[in-house]
Structures are given as structure tokens and as C-alpha cells.
Design a protein around this ligand. Structure first.
Ligand SMILES: Nc1nc2c(ncn2[C@@H]2O[C@H](COP(=O)(O)OP(=O)(O)OP(=O)(O)O)[C@@H](O)[C@H]2O)c(=O)[nH]1
Ligand SMILES: [Mg+2]
Length: 205
């Protein structure tokens, strides 16, 4: 088994947890991180790092470090990453996923993207399994993004259909969200942080 533990720095009394935003290309992963960054701006010492972006497509990853309280007397540092969603970048996606302690799957609610969500979720499962991790065991939150487009008359996949096709077996917590307006973006983040920290605390205990 690949070690499931997050990075622990005994000297600094720090635990580093890695949360990865995964999902189909153009689904809104980078936009989630941008919203989070704008909310935390004053508390984050570092900048959000976006690597090798071509236009607005992520070609490598985005990275955002956050503080998230304590487990015992260790302070927990959360690192948020996004993968490039485009199918061709699977090697990069797999690398970014390495050592992930928690996952947010950002599904695209647009009807046109129904198949893309399924392909991406299956790809997540496969890539996790190369690290001997199970999609059923890793802390996971599913976000149904772009719900704001309903108001613009753009056909969206109904929530029941998304639940049926993506979450029937996983039974992960879900959020209806809009990464552009920020609706439920912080709720999604809080949920995955609490699941991830709880799971790490259990391993460390
Ligand atoms: N209307 C609407 N547009 C969104 C939403 N989230 C993202 N977008 C738009 O969708 C496009 C793609 O968003 P990104 O955040 O770059 O998507 P991504 O998942 O990072 O895409 P890749 O980096 O290619 O994997 C951008 O034009 C965003 O403004 C949303 O909730 N609602
Ligand atoms: Mg991106």
C-alpha cells in the first residue's frame, strides 16, 4: 500500500494535507480556487500560483496554501490543487493527484457535458487506483457547478440525474454551486477540509 498519510513535519509541528480539485475540462476548478483566493486574500501570505496556463486552460496545476486549525498540537496546512481537465493531460493529472488526502469532484451541470463528467469520474477512479487508493474510501465531495446558468436558459442536467449518474454508488456529500458567483464554493471547501482533517486525525491517533 502507498502510504496514506499526509506529510508530517515533526520539527515544525505541522501536518500538510493535499486537496485536489478534479473534474472535466472547463468545469470550473480554477474558478473555485480563484473565488477561495479572493475570500482569503488578506489571510494568505502567498499568492495563488498558476502554472503554465494557456489562456484560461490549466495545463499543469493551480496551487493555493491555507491554514486549517489543529490536530492535537499540530497545525494543519491545507494545499489546494487543481488538475488540468482536458483528456490529453492525463499524465499531469495523475501526478497532481499523487498524495492527495481529499478530492473535490467539480461536475459541469451543462447538459452538453454529461458524458464528460462520467469520463472524468472514471478517470479519477483509475488514477487513484494506480496509487492503490479507492475512490470509495478517500474523502470526497462532489460539486454540481454552474447552476447559475439555469437562469440564462442554458439546459442543465437535473440534480436527480447528476445524483443518479455520478453519486449513486459513491454517496458523497454534494453541493449545488456556482464558482463564478461563489455560491456554495466555501461550503464545498469547508466540507472537504473537515472530512480530510477527520480522516487524517483518525490515522494519526
Ligand atoms: N456560468 C458559469 N461559468 C463558470 C462557472 N464556473 C466556471 N465557469 C466558466 O467556465 C470556464 C472554465 O472555467 P475554469 O475554472 O477555467 O475550468 P477548469 O475546470 O479549471 O478547466 P481546465 O483547467 O481546462 O480543466 C471559464 O470561462 C469560467 O468563467 C460557473 O459556476 N458558472
Ligand atoms: Mg483549470
Amino acid at each position: 500500500m502507498e502510504a496514506a498519510l499526509a506529510l508530517i513535519n515533526i520539527k515544525k509541528k505541522e501536518i500538510q494535507a493535499k486537496i485536489v480539485y478534479y473534474g472535466p475540462g472547463r468545469g470550473g476548478k480554477t474558478t473555485n480556487l480563484e473565488h477561495i483566493f479572493s475570500k482569503f486574500k488578506d489571510n494568505i501570505k502567498s499568492e495563488m500560483i498558476t502554472i503554465k496556463t494557456n489562456g484560461d486552460r490549466t495545463l499543469f496545476f493551480d496551487f493555493l496554501p491555507l491554514n486549517a486549525g489543529k490536530i492535537k498540537d499540530y497545525s494543519v496546512k491545507i494545499q489546494l490543487y487543481t488538475v488540468p481537465g482536458q483528456v490529453i493531460y492525463n499524465e499531469t493529472r495523475r501526478l497532481v493527484l499523487r498524495g492527495a488526502d481529499g478530492i473535490v469532484f467539480v461536475a459541469d451541470s451543462m447538459s452538453l457535458r454529461k458524458e464528460k463528467n462520467l469520463i472524468s469520474l472514471k478517470n479519477l477512479q483509475e488514477n487513484l487506483s494506480t496509487y492503490k487508493k479507492s475512490i470509495f474510501k478517500i474523502p470526497l465531495v462532489i460539486q454540481y457547478n454552474k447552476r447559475d446558468l439555469e437562469a440564462e436558459g442554458i439546459p442543465l442536467i437535473p440534480i436527480e440525474v447528476l445524483e443518479q449518474s455520478l453519486n449513486n454508488k459513491l454517496k458523497a456529500p454534494t453541493f449545488e454551486a456556482s464558482a463564478v458567483s461563489g455560491e456554495n464554493v466555501m461550503q464545498t471547501l469547508k466540507k472537504i477540509i473537515s472530512l480530510t482533517v477527520a480522516s487524517l486525525a483518525k490515522e494519526i491517533a
